[in-house]
Write a protein of this length. Sequence first.
Length: 373
Amino acid sequence: MPYYADLNPQGRLGRAWQDDETRERAIAKLLELRSALGEGEEAVPRRRMNSLLLGTWNLREFDSATWGPRAPESYAYIAEIIDRFDLVAVQEIRADLLALETLMRRLGPRWRYLVSDVTRGTAGNGERLAFLYDATKVQFLGMAGELVLPPQRKDGEDVPVKQVARTPLMAAFQVGWTKFVLATVHIIFGPDSAEPAARVEEISQVARFLRARTEDPAEPTRNFILLGDFNIFNEGDATMRALTDDGGFTIPEGVTSIPGTNVPRDKKYDQIAYRAGGAGFFEATGSAGSFDFYRHVFTADESDVYRPHIDQYIAARAAAGKKSPKPPSTRATATTQFKTWRTYQMSDHLPLWAEFRVDFADEYLRSIQAAPA
């Protein structure tokens, strides 16, 4: 379980919270989150030794000063959700690792992370990608790197290709029987349309590259999972086809039934896809889901509760001579402003998860039982 000691008002760390009201609200919200994650209509299955619960979550600008730093309660809620999984890919980690390290302390000593270098350039947006995993169950196999697309052969020469704007992160892991390579992406958004050429090309290039890896008999680990924020709008558009047709990746059945992972739940931005290479034991169980945390924390009817935090930030920016949003003059404006602010406390994406089977003992024993001596 995550770290709760600083929530104890009688403990020496209790004074780290802003005030008793905030601490009491955080405790109540954590209890509600735990109940919803464990038994609600979007409940995440209990972690088991014979399966891997794999998640992906774009944590919006983690962490930036766009709307002020995240509050201690936000880290507590994020950690509570992540702790339900065995391994989570996280997008939009910022150059400064303070937010990630704060989250890791909240998760506790069982958790480890791998993080990419910052992707420079305007398109890279100063972002990192990361894998967070429970080391008591997930074993890092020592291989990690950033995905670099190989040159193309033209007229007898190797010609460099355009690289992905935000360099994907890859690493090899093992859980139970299953060894696999995990690759996470944050595909360029580009124009606000469903099928911009640049987005389709990035997804296609990455998917085809990983497909070739799964088909290479010299590859030590030929099971690949590709996940993250693809900025895919709809299931049938060209961006999705670039993943499934060009790359030959399979979307777990449970993932395809999810309407969307943005807050309005009408865009399929985030995806989890896999491709098994060779004869390795590797499959999705079909169990998958997303979790709408805004039903439980920073809820739509709590605008007035958090109004002082927003006003304090606006005043601080004004005192520093920086541009800031104008204080709302109407209730409608205040609600809209709150709904934007809360996405910088939690995210504008919902976490997506899928379960993979990792115990193939029966199949293996049967295969060697039938083998000649």
